[in-house]
Design a protein around this ligand. Structure first.
Ligand SMILES: NC(=O)C1=CN([C@@H]2O[C@H](COP(=O)(O)OP(=O)(O)OC[C@H]3O[C@@H](n4cnc5c(N)ncnc54)[C@H](OP(=O)(O)O)[C@@H]3O)[C@@H](O)[C@H]2O)C=CC1
Ligand SMILES: O=C1OC[C@@H](O)[C@H](O)[C@H]1O
Length: 358
């Protein structure tokens, strides 16, 4: 259990699906560096049964004490509950905008799953509302908070261990049986923001910006983007994206697929003095660096963490809120808008249009 002397951050979780389950399980376990005790105060779900299943699935249910989460079968009760400080949005992409706006209007802080919204116009609307209300909001780009990523940034950009970075390749593929999924599945339904780009293509784009640009938000430059997609039923199953960063003279080839085999080694960065590759169970979950520097013995660095590792981002959010910040320096709001603009451009080139674009 977390020390009783820690302040608490009271979460309301929207949606009881895949990511909410993992997020909740990770944050209720106390970690030595946690700046707060994370408390899950309430769930918003479409059904009482799903809410109960969600709570019983949390492996260490005892650490949910001293507060037993309330189950609301309407999401709106989460926004108005005075015992909630922050709303975590773990629902399909197309709900993000309206749920962010509703939570903000109720004066709650927000951590919203990636992609932040469906397009840049929606992202701008949410950010304006959060700024007007004076609440904290962040897109849950959890990968940026892994210690491996913080170390890699230092190796590449401060210590420059592979010299000038020239190019990278990055892939995120999930081998889904797309034919077997119902048309209403969030991977397939154009009304839910279906397709590979918004769901998993966001991660290769994140690595590309992180490595080839090195800056985020207003400090980052505007890359040139060329893209093509395989579009079936109105959504992209396959994406190939070429990124060029004129300011740094770096280039990247990014791929995402909902029907190709997952690659353990998903990222390769090449520089003038060496190569670094990154592997893990998914492009979102980096676990191992392989470092090859010219003239040195190759070495591997493995990173382990409890659970999936969502507590790194949750702790960073808690720290920001304790410090009365309104946005994250690691995932600033302008970076989320920039990502949405790049994805708008990629979709335009690839031929994917959502109802929200009209
Ligand atoms: N950071 C990360 O690693 C990950 C992030 N994500 C992001 O999280 C979001 C949710 O993804 P994921 O958890 O995989 O999705 P799931 O389909 O597993 O869960 C989504 C939940 O949202 C609620 N919901 C509300 N309306 C709908 C609807 N029309 N269709 C389906 N569900 C609905 C349901 O909860 P209920 O019935 O309880 O209301 C459902 O369980 C996405 O935006 C995705 O990009 C997803 C996976 C990993
Ligand atoms: O963010 C994600 O990472 C894991 C994938 O399985 C999921 O579809 C995606 O939303």
């Amino acid at each position: 259990m977390a020390s009783k002397s820690l302040p608490s951050l009271r979460w309301g979780i929207l949606g009881t699906g895949w990511v909410s389950t993992r997020f909740a399980a990770d944050i209720i376990v106390s970690h030595p560096s946690a700046p707060v005790q994370h408390l899950i105060t309430a769930l918003g779900t479409s059904s009482q049964t799903r809410g109960e299943q969600f709570l019983s699935s949390l492996s260490s249910a005892s650490s949910l004490d001293p507060i037993k989460p309330k189950i609301y079968t309407d999401y709106s009760s989460v926004y108005t509950d005075p015992e909630i400080d922050i709303v975590y949005i773990g629902t399909p992409h197309s709900y993000h905008k309206e749920q962010c706006l509703a939570a903000i209007a109720a004066g709650k802080h927000v951590l919203c799953e990636k992609p932040f919204t469906i397009n840049a116009a929606e992202a701008e609307e949410v950010i304006s509302a959060a700024k007007a209300k004076g609440v904290y909001i962040m897109e849950a780009v959890w990968t940026r908070f892994f210690p491996l990523v913080l170390d890699l940034k230092k190796m590449l950009h401060e210590d420059k261990i592979i010299g000038d970075i020239h190019r990278l390749t990055c892939d995120f593929s999930l081998q889904k049986d797309m034919d077997a999924l119902p048309p209403t599945h969030r991977y397939k339904d154009v009304n839910l923001g279906g397709g590979a780009l918004l769901d998993i293509g966001v991660y290769p784009l994140m690595w590309s910006n992180l490595i080839l640009d090195g800056k985020v938000g207003v400090e980052a430059s505007h890359p040139e983007v060329k893209a093509t997609m395989v579009v079936l039923g109105g959504v992209d199953y396959e994406d190939v994206i070429v990124m060029k960063y004129p300011k740094t003279n770096r280039i990247g080839i990014l791929t995402a697929s909902l029907r190709a085999r997952r690659r353990e080694e998903f990222l390769r960065v090449e520089g003038g003095k060496g190569v670094i590759t990154v592997s893990g169970p998914g492009c979102s979950v980096p676990r191992k660096l392989k470092i090859q520097v010219d003239g040195e013995e190759e070495r591997e660095v493995e990173y382990e963490n409890e659970g999936a590792g969502f507590y790194f981002e949750a702790d960073a959010v808690a720290k920001d809120i304790l410090e009365a910040k309104k946005e994250s320096a690691i995932v600033p709001l302008e970076e989320s808008v920039r990502m949405m603009r790049v994805m708008d451009d990629i979709r335009k080139q690839g031929g994917v249009e959502y109802p929200q674009d009209k």
